[in-house]
Write a protein that binds this ligand. Structure first.
Ligand SMILES: Cc1cc2nc3c(=O)[nH]c(=O)nc-3n(C[C@H](O)[C@H](O)[C@H](O)COP(=O)(O)OP(=O)(O)OC[C@H]3O[C@@H](n4cnc5c(N)ncnc54)[C@H](O)[C@@H]3O)c2cc1C
Length: 475
């Protein structure tokens, strides 16, 4: 029998259904409203003459004076020098933090997108900085090439992904920015600079993960690898048994991650390995159906943890629930139709196994949580603001529906990560400011000096960056 993801989805939906009859007894819980105060689904209403913007999750919102779409690097330089007030470049708006938010000029690089050149001798490709990752991998495939790794989704632009140290997973695989070999940067004075490790080593290491604070990137040259096919295997099992083999499982596979389903004691591990097997058919299911099942369990049985756990454990399938083969670009990134919010910390690898058990226990202590937790491994690199520049890291990500409360991320989880020496994902929720970041990053002050040199008037600042950098900020 061919085993597909559908088995897992049916298990979750069945669990949700079975829960219904019993849950009716607990009217108090059923009447509970999970929607957080102040939640608004739609973009803000802009005053006449202004634009309206919100990020993917909807928690960052603004009505900028203008949204500019320069179509060439010269036009970009003119926009920067000519714009009134502050400027923030934005990619696909998939960061959860206020990195790009501005009331002045929001700069979108859709016009600087696509392949600029490809060097078959070196395998290096040059792309417009606004190119979305799905286009990057699609274009590379036409040349028989691929990215060596991809994040969970591929909607991010190259510039946006690099600026926040976006990563995939795998013991020996680095975050995406480690493949940059050159970039073109337009600084606050309108100067267009081509930067490599040889031409300007400091700016090169600072620019790979820049938070969009050094200027606006217009192009990147990146290393690519020959296209490769992967076999993806998803296995559901008891968390205790799985955790006892965590390190060896991670070591044994090219890409490794796992999800914990709160209040179930069950995990789904996802591994990818190189293969020459022919591609299999997609079963057409998506993660939304599964999330609906987990939410139904929470909504109907959140008042009875023992029942919630026991129904989940009896209804969920065990063993291999998905076994697929396809090109790396198809399997490594999927879609996330459900809007959520997220906190992800990158912890020293040696603390990963201990910390994930603590996080899983904490998740089980809050009845309202149903969103799976994600655990990944990332190899080190050298960028000044890379969370991975002090050795291999374990990343633990927790999520909540975009419409629901997430204040407990900061009270129940973030202190644990910080105590373990964790560094936050730059694009995901965290509360750190200048003092904490200086302590975490040996090169932080060096980065800030370079930023002040390149942008002495703070034209690329906003409130969020000012907090990170410890500088005064007037709107
Ligand atoms: C559903 C979902 C799944 C995700 N999965 C992962 C994952 O698997 N792994 C992971 O690590 N992260 C993940 N993320 C986080 C995401 O990859 C990062 O937040 C990334 O920065 C988003 O890219 P973007 O193009 O949307 O950039 P934005 O969020 O729009 O911008 C991010 C930063 O880039 C800067 N920037 C954008 N363009 C330029 C430019 N041309 N020049 C200078 N600076 C620029 C912005 O100013 C900002 O500081 C996920 C986010 C979501 C919503």
């Amino acid at each position: 029998m061919k085993i597909t993801r559908r088995h897992l989805l049916i298990g979750a939906a069945g669990a949700g259904l079975a829960a219904g009859a019993v849950a009716a007894q607990k009217i108090g819980w059923n009447r509970r409203n999970f929607t957080r105060a102040g939640y608004v689904e739609t973009a803000p209403q802009a005053p006449p003459g202004e634009a309206s913007w919100m990020n993917w999750s909807g928690i960052e919102r603004a009505t900028p004076r203008q949204i500019a779409f320069p179509g060439s690097v010269q036009a970009l330089a003119e926009t920067i020098t000519g714009a009134k007030g502050r400027i923030r470049p934005v990619g696909s708006g998939h960061s959860f933090t206020g990195l790009a938010t501005t009331e002045d000029t929001l700069l979108m690089l859709n016009g600087l997108s696509g392949l600029i050149s490809y060097d078959a001798a070196t395998g290096e490709a040059r792309f417009g900085a606004g190119t979305p990752l799905f286009d990057v991998s699609e274009i590379l495939a036409r040349h028989g090439r691929a990215l060596d790794n991809q994040p969970d989704i591929d909607s991010q632009t190259l510039a946006g992904a690099f600026a926040t140290a976006t990563h995939g997973t795998g013991n020996n695989l680095t975050a995406l920015h480690n493949n940059i070999t050159a970039f073109e940067l337009v600084t606050a004075d309108g100067r267009i600079r081509e930067v490599t490790a040889a031409s300007d080593p400091d700016l090169f290491e600072a620019g790979k993960v820049s938070l969009g604070a050094l200027g606006v990137f217009s192009a990147y040259t990146i290393r690519t690898v020959p296209a490769y096919r992967l076999k993806r295997v998803v296995t559901v099992e008891d968390s205790k048994a799985f955790l006892s083999r965590l390190e060896e499982t991670a070591e044994a596979h090219r890409n490794f991650e796992f999800y914990y389903f709160p209040h179930t004691g069950l995990v789904a591990s996802i591994v990818h390995d190189l293969t020459d097997e022919p591609a299999t058919e997609d079963d057409g299911t998506d993660d939304d159906d599964f999330l609906q099942g987990l939410m139904a369990l929470r909504d109907q049985l959140g008042w009875a943890p023992w029942l919630r756990r026991s129904i989940a454990r009896s209804e969920f399938p065990r063993g291999v629930v998905e076994d697929r083969v396809n090109e790396s670009r198809v399997l490594l990134s999927t879609t996330r139709p459900t809007r959520f919010i997220e906190m992800e910390y990158h912890l020293p690898r040696e603390r990963g196994a201990e910390m994930v058990e603590r996080v899983m226990r904490k998740l089980d202590q809050r009845a309202e949580i149903f969103f799976p937790m994600e655990y990944r491994h990332i190899a080190p690199d050298t960028a000044w603001l890379s969370p991975f520049n002090a050795g291999p890291r374990t990343s633990i990500a927790i999520h909540a529906l975009a419409s629901e409360r997430y204040d407990y991320f900061f009270t129940d989880f973030e202190p644990m990560y910080r105590e373990a020496g964790g560094r936050p994902h730059w694009g995901k929720l965290h509360s750190l400011g200048h003092a904490e970041l200086t302590a975490l990053y040996p090169e932080f002050e060096r980065f800030l000096s370079l930023r002040a040199e390149l942008d002495p008037e703070g034209r690329f600042l906003n409130a969020h960056l000012a907090k990170l950098f410890g500088v005064d900020f007037d709107v």
